[in-house]
Design a protein around this ligand. Structure first.
Ligand SMILES: [Zn+2]
Length: 244
């Protein structure tokens, strides 16, 4: 497992996902927007993609680095949990908590808890539990405890009403480029064409999804999130989205 180091820069926003390329699909625009605001962003992938139909884990590592560069992400690493069989064990919570304690994010982005892929669903609860464990002083990892202030769930692929949308309009092309950095997965090629959609189809589909979610909040392109908490409002006249 790649260890987080004392020298790792702290992050404002940490996205945790099951597979390399998940973040690019569900919250890449949000990370781009955060970076453009001067926030420090980071990605922790929990698997290395060894069971993928196309490409090797080593190829995907290079592609993930390139995608991180395009997303303006300052830190990205992958744990070595089993692809397709991620489990919410105490050992795995602690492995993630080590990273949380090193990066000390204020916000953690997790996948939504209902998903077609079992890895995605389990990472919602595993990630939440890891954030909790990270705050427990009695769990020793050699670093100070840290509990993120906020956990939000990227819900792009879930059939659920989002709590809020992040406007990614200026970043939609860059987000697509980050996804297309996974050449072994998405570039037009002959191997496994029954399973994989070609590049043009990915462009159309991802833009249509972003358009749909953007429209929900009056933006052109957006990414949806669910938060469990109810927001607290100070001034009704400053609510951000027009009603009629
Ligand atoms: Zn995935």
């Amino acid at each position: 497992m790649p260890a987080a180091h004392e020298s790792d820069p702290p992050a404002d926003v940490l996205a945790i996902a099951a597979h390399r390329d998940d973040v690019e699909q569900t919250c890449g625009g949000t990370l781009l927007r955060a970076a453009a605001r001067g926030l420090r962003t980071a990605i922790l992938d929990l698997t290395k993609g060894e069971t993928g139909t196309r490409g090797t884990a080593a190829e995907r590592a290079g592609e993930a680095d390139e995608a991180a560069r395009i997303l303006g992400v300052g830190w990205r690493q992958a744990l070595d949990l089993p692809d397709g069989a991620i489990a919410n064990t105490f050992e795995n919570r602690v492995a993630i908590a080590r990273v949380i304690r090193q990066l000390r994010p204020r916000v953690v982005i997790l996948p939504y808890w209902q998903a077609r892929h079992p890895d995605h669903a389990i990472v919602a609860s595993l990630g939440y539990d890891a954030c909790f464990v990270s705050g427990l002083r009695k769990v020793e990892t050699g670093a100070e405890p840290h509990r993120p202030f906020k956990i939000v769930y990227a819900s792009l692929y879930a059939d659920v009403r989002p709590s809020f949308i992040v406007d990614i309009t200026p970043f939609i092309e860059q987000r697509l480029q980050a996804l297309m950095a996974y050449r072994s997965q998405y570039a037009n090629q002959t191997a496994g064409t029954g399973l994989f959609v070609p590049e043009e189809e990915i462009r159309e589909r991802t833009f249509a999804e972003a358009r749909h979610y953007g429209l929900l909040a009056g933006a052109r392109y957006g990414e949806p999130f669910v938060q469990k908490e109810v927001d607290l409002v100070d001034d009704l006249t400053l609510l951000p989205v027009q009603s009629i």
